[in-house]
Design a protein around this ligand. Sequence first.
Ligand code: SF4
Length: 482
Amino acid sequence: MAVVGEPVEATLDNTTSKTDTSASAALQPKKVFMRTYGCQMNVYDSDRMTDVLGPEGFTTTENMEDADLVILNTCHIREKAAEKVYSELGRIRKVKEERARQGKEMMIGVAGCVAQAEGEEISRRAPIVDLVIGPQSYHQLPKLLKTARDGTKVVETEFDIDAKFKHLSERAARPPLKRAPSAFLTVQEGCDKFCTFCVVPYTRGAEVSRSVEQIVTEAEQMAVAGVREITLLGQNVNGWHGAGPDGNSWGLGRLLYRLSEIDGLDRLRYTTSHPRDMDDELIQAHRDLKTLMPYLHLPVQSGSDSILASMNRKHTRDEYFRLIDRIREAAPDIALSCDFIVGFPGETDQDFQDTMNLIRRVEFGSAFSFKYSQRPGTPGALMDNQVDEDIKSARLAELQELVAQQQTAFNASRINMTFGVLFERKGRMPGQIVGKSPWLQPVQVDASEDLIGTIQPVEILEIGRNSLFGQLKPGHHDVVGQ
Ligand code: SF4
């Protein structure tokens, strides 16, 4: 999966910081400004970085000007990702200079996939950067920060994923802190698929899975800390194969059955999946587990067999259709989501129409779509039959129009339905709270914020562009999402 969504920029706020300040009372309080780009994996990793910085006296700030430490947690998915990081660093340099005039320090770190891909080049092109740190080394952040503060530029991009996973397990063994009702849990990192458009196998390395015990321990801790919904994360999450307590290798389906036994965990999700790794047990889990939400993000990227082959996706369009049929047989009301790339090298009008026909046949609840862009170091970047930008733009607009129609139709099909909504935060309007439907749609309701962290039955009255609007239905016992 690499194209897991329109890369979003999320600035972590103080309310979601899970820093443990108990050990840091004697330390000078410091502030970290964390800017997160890209997929949920990066959001999860940013949380982990704030976790390890907590005992060092750091709390989070939303104002870069107040920060003693700025970290850009970068994403390499989008076009010219590295150039965008360099121009952002140019803006940060001015803030750093202003703080220096006031006699205040500001250290700057670059993390994430651009850090992994660019390595020393970042220190060379942007000397203001004190620390370049790849995704497998976040647990070492305090130590590396100290080295950088002592005046040594740090570039740490080793692939020691076992050490990172070990650290995550140690963290899970600590007393739980209060957590938001919905949380991510990384079960797997890296990818062995080598799709020809994707940088993930190069920036995140080969697939590595955490053990069942590690994952269950962390999930149990999350449940005690108030988490009601966990989304299992991995670049190729359904490729997860972890050592089980019985000595056998478990697949994701079996793991979901085990996680569904944890008291207090009401909802499970996972993202992002590859069609080749949807095995029978995982599909059965969608049929059997009330806790497994009826939503599946299953990227196909293209509906043309020749483009799928050129992308090295390792499946055909017919195999995708057969898979969708099996999933819908197991879970008829499932919402399917997808990623599409238009204008991959060599894509003809007919190839594109094959993609449009695939969308019409499957009918998605939502989808992310992108124009193909060349990523340095990937085979696709070297293909000589690149598609004209104007053609890509026209195809993308046509595809997005069709997906928008399907998304609206799916959302409209929820009107007058009553189902469980997990409330997560206050809405923009006074008196409004926002939660998630079982199908991952935002749901807005006028209700007390005391309900945040609970699942309540909601009747849907109308739909907006991206959200559903409803009213509480106290006492309603519904079948989905409770
Ligand atoms: S190479 Fe792996 S991470 Fe990238 S799109 Fe393919 S399956 Fe996804």
